[in-house]
Design a protein around this ligand. Structure first.
Ligand SMILES: Nc1nc2c(c(=O)[nH]1)N[C@H]1C(S)=C(S)[C@@H](COP(=O)(O)O)O[C@H]1N2
Ligand SMILES: [Mo]
Length: 505
């Protein structure tokens, strides 16, 4: 046997290829995490999972060895283990591609599983590790190809080609990693600014007297449970000190406001139930919160809209727009420029630092988050974001009701059937329930919060064994019944009665 290359020369390069692929994967993972607003970069995910699982003695040992630097030590430790295994993957990949690929995939898999199983993990937290894994695999393949196409070429040529690729990947990794740092750093600066705020507190966070119905959905939706709908792939990051709102267009006097200006004004705290037009019958794209902010009515009164204007076009920092009837901002309904939600500064995902809240309108035509601009205008002069995309220009919320318990099973005997009904800024006057298409029975309504919030209801069912269908319908404040005909969310909100199949045993 006369080997053209000493295997060990290639071995070092192969290991280097594995290490560079892994580092590039980590950089991609942290950039993707930054863009998605996820905290779960591959190293953070694995590190946090590790922290939750280490025995107490090891934790104590780490703290006594490294003190306050125990977390840094953990990161470095994870990195050393990862890079050592990545070097092995690089060597394997040149000899048997599948073995190197399998090891790389397994390493990414650890990150994916760790990220997806964090107690606070959301649906997208596995994506950074997945993206990092895919990037690593692709690069590993490139490196392995460079080394194995060497048959017939001289060792020096192979080596030069490989090193050029390695240098390119190294530079790319540093650039991508720096980008990740920038996004991540900006995010934590805005988070810190949010935490440092000391906003006027609402007098109470308690529900209005008597509105808490038994069972089912709580009156107030916690910020962490509040549905989130928007077009923002990465959450816009705006520091309160940088925030400006311009109110302009068809007005006598243009206004320019800072965050401080807002806080100096009269502040209103108001329960409003927000609803998404995309909510299916029985769906959960709805939440009730105590919003704090200033009245848009007051601001608009200062700007003095022209009598010809009939709309505002509100714009977020990332370019989303909503078109809202001027009348819904100037009438008695207390539409808000909101900066707080349930007594806390708006969460980043819910529009920090300032958003609009209009009782009675679906979010897509009113509730602009990360608000930076309000143009007073006319509907016939513009198209808001969703209008050319198949959604109605106007979006008043439709009367609807939902059964929250039971959702599938119950025990025979008295069963509490409960849920919510809503018709913001009109009000709900009555809710009825029926079983298996039988006669409608009147449910008990919790005391009214206001016509701008959902209304909790409950009804006691003497449930017999077997399979049954529960249905609910609501009536508005004027006595009109909910629309029974089924319609999909597009173009202006779903209709139809919510039905639940219940197995009673
Ligand atoms: N900037 C911005 N604001 C937005 C949206 C958006 O895509 N971008 N979506 C709207 C829609 S469709 C709804 S239903 C509400 C949802 O608000 P939430 O995510 O705080 O629940 O925000 C509205 N405000
Ligand atoms: Mo929405």
């Amino acid at each position: 046997m006369n080997e053209p290359q000493p295997a060990s020369r290639h071995q070092t390069l192969a290991a280097l290829g594995g290490v560079l692929s892994a580092l590039a994967g980590l950089a991609v993972g942290s950039v993707v995490a930054g863009i998605l607003g996820s905290r779960q970069t591959p190293v953070v995910a694995v590190g946090s999972a590790f922290i939750d699982r280490v025995p107490a003695w090891l934790k104590d040992l780490a703290i006594s060895l490294f003190g306050v630097h125990d977390k840094t030590a953990l990161r470095v430790g994870i990195l050393i283990v990862l890079l050592a295994l990545a070097a092995v993957a690089g060597i394997l990949a040149v000899r048997r591609w599948w073995a190197g690929a399998a090891l790389t995939a397994a390493l990414a898999g650890v990150g994916i599983v760790a990220a997806a199983t964090r107690p606070d993990s959301g649906q997208i937290d596995f994506v950074p590790s997945l993206a990092g894994g895919v990037a690593s695999l692709l690069l590993l393949r490139l490196f392995a190809n460079r080394l194995s196409t060497s048959t017939g070429t001289s060792g020096a040529v192979t080596r030069r080609g490989f090193l050029q690729l390695a240098a390119g990947v190294g530079i790319g990794t540093v650039a991508v990693g720096a980008g990740g740092q920038l996004v991540g750093g900006r995010r934590s600066a805005v988070k810190d600014a949010r935490l440092a705020l000391n906003l006027p507190k609402p007098p109470t966070l308690e529900p209005p007297a008597g509105v808490q119905a038994k069972g089912a959905t709580p009156w107030a939706t916690a910020n962490a449970d509040f549905y989130r709908i928007d077009t923002a792939l990465s959450v816009p990051l705006i520091k309160p000190s940088d925030w400006r709102l311009r109110i302009h267009g068809m007005v006598d006097k243009e206004l320019n406001l800072t965050y401080e200006d807002l806080l100096k004004r009269d502040i209103v705290h108001k329960w409003v139930t927000l609803t998404c037009v995309s909510n299916e019958v029985g769906g959960d794209l709805i939440g009730n919160a105590l919003w704090s902010g200033v009245l848009l009515k007051d601001l608009l009164a200062e700007a003095v809209p022209s009598p010809d204007a009939d709309a505002i076009q509100s714009r977020s920092q990332d370019g989303f727009t909503a078109g809202t009837p001027l009348s819904t901002l100037t009438d008695d309904r207390e539409s808000l420029l909101a900066f707080a939600m349930n007594g806390e500064p708006l969460p980043l995902e819910h529009g920090f630092p300032v958003r609009i809240v209009v009782p009675g309108l679906y979010g897509y035509v009113s509730a602009t988050k990360w608000l930076v601009d309000i143009e007073v205008t006319r509907f016939d002069l513009f198209d808001a974001y969703w209008t050319p995309r198949g959604w109605s220009e106007q979006g008043p919320i439709k009367l609807a009701s939902r059964i929250d318990v039971p959702r599938s099973k119950a025990e025979a005997g008295p069963v509490t059937v409960a849920g919510v009904a809503w018709d913001q800024h009109v009000g709900v006057s009555k809710v009825e329930v029926r079983v298996d298409g039988g006669p409608w029975q009147q449910a008990t309504l919790a005391a009214d919060g206001s016509i701008d919030t959902w209304r909790q209801w409950h009804w006691t069912w003497d449930a017999p064994r077997g399979n049954h269908v529960l249905q609910v319908r609501a009536f508005d404040a004027k006595g009109n019944a909910q629309i029974e005909a089924e319609a999909p969310p597009a173009p202006d909100g779903s209709t139809g009665l919510h039905s639940v199949d219940v197995r009673v045993s």
